[in-house]
Ligand binder design. Structure first.
Ligand code: N2P
Length: 357
């Protein structure tokens, strides 16, 4: 009888379990390839809270799961427009700023944006763009924008993110429309363009579009900036436990922000109203915003880090990565929630196009 008791006491000590209960847990629902295991392990080590990381590959998938009920998530990672939609539906818990003192580290330019003007429900996690990656060893003609990418020359050599809103907006840019001008008429104008584009695509992949480019399965793509940043820099940047950013060896991949237009996405952290453990959720969000932790996120997933204190810890090489920190003086727009009716039209457009492709 003695041994089990000792084991339980030890487990309680290690995992922070209460005398009577199981270890505390936190359900995290986040984009795939976005939260380093090292960060999750660090949080568990410090707090005793076990993190269950469930992944999604699009905001639409995430919202559908939230609406379906099922798992009660404690922290979610909606992109700007999805956070706005969830807040409108009254599905998010207002954040308690007193529990997130590390929010002081965030750069003001990423706060107060239209999806959450008063920062009531979200903090920014990472920022990014969607741009064109060119393998310059395979593609010699200049590629400046979507019309070059989808000129027809690269049929079956293209990888794109599998994301309805992103692809639709790229098509709208070529028509000179602004990114949130998604009317039924504009959707119909975009349809034939997208039909032509999608027929040239070899791989749709929102999880790891870099893989096809790295392996040579694709020579050109439309990908998340953080994926492009990983191609651009050395593959040996993160070895074992040592944070080691080496010289950029991989110059064969070029990242191009399309001449027709681009936007930034602001991926956020938020707490659903149905969270079982909002206290742990606040702890997790505050932990992520700690400079040394946020730096680890950048090391593994080099998107644009909105944390000023963390940026100070990045190496000159990391800051010089053109996909992570593009030199641009214009401040790009962000996606807004379109409302249920138009969202359904976008979903239907994409489903139709994929079915016909
Ligand atoms: C992470 C992809 C996040 C970008 N793998 C989408 N906003």
């Amino acid at each position: 009888m003695k041994k089990p008791h000792l084991t339980a006491a030890l487990a309680a000590l290690i995992f922070g379990a209460g005398a009577a209960g199981a270890a505390e847990e936190l359900n995290l629902f986040a984009w795939s390839e976005y939260v380093p295991q090292k960060v999750i392990r660090g949080f568990t080590k410090e707090t005793g809270i076990k993190v269950n990381y469930e992944e999604f590959a699009s905001c639409e998938e995430m919202i559908a799961k939230i609406n379906a009920g099922g798992t009660a998530y404690d922290v979610i990672q909606p992109s700007d427009y999805a956070a706005e939609a969830l807040a409108k539906e009254n599905l998010l818990l207002p954040l308690d700023p007193a529990k997130i003192p590390n929010a002081k580290n965030l750069l003001p330019e990423y706060l107060g944006l239209p999806h959450d003007p008063h920062g009531k429900f979200t903090v920014p996690y990472m920022i990014g763009s969607v741009g064109i990656v060119v393998n310059t060893q395979k593609i010699k003609d200049p590629v400046a924008g979507y019309n070059d990418l989808f000129s027809g020359k690269y049929k079956n050599r293209i990888v794109v993110v599998d994301d309805a809103r992103e692809l639709l907006v790229a098509a709208l840019y070529t028509l000179g429309k602004s990114i949130n001008d998604i009317t039924p008429e504009n959707i119909e104008l975009a349809r034939p363009i997208l039909k032509k584009w999608l027929s040239q695509v070899k791989i749709f992949d929102s999880d790891s579009p870099k893989n096809a480019l790295r392996s040579g399965e694709a020579d050109i793509g439309l990908v998340w900036s953080g994926e492009a940043a990983l191609l651009w820099r050395s593959e040996k940047h993160f070895e074992g436990k040592k944070l080691k950013v080496t010289k950029n060896e991989n110059k064969k991949f070029q990242y191009v922000l399309a001449s027709e237009g681009h936007h930034i996405f602001v991926d956020t952290l938020a707490i659903p109203k149905t969270a079982k453990n909002p206290d742990a959720a606040h702890k997790f969000i505050n932990y992520i915003l700690r400079p040394d932790v946020s730096r680890l996120v950048s090391a593994e997933f080099p998107y644009t880090n909105p944390n000023a204190a963390a940026r100070k810890l990045l190496s000159p090489d990391e800051l010089a990565n053109p996909a992570s920190y593009p030199a641009s003086s214009i401040k790009p727009d962000t996606f807004r929630d379109l409302g249920a009716g138009k969202n359904a039209l976008v979903d239907k457009l994409y489903t139709d196009l994929k079915a016909d492709n």
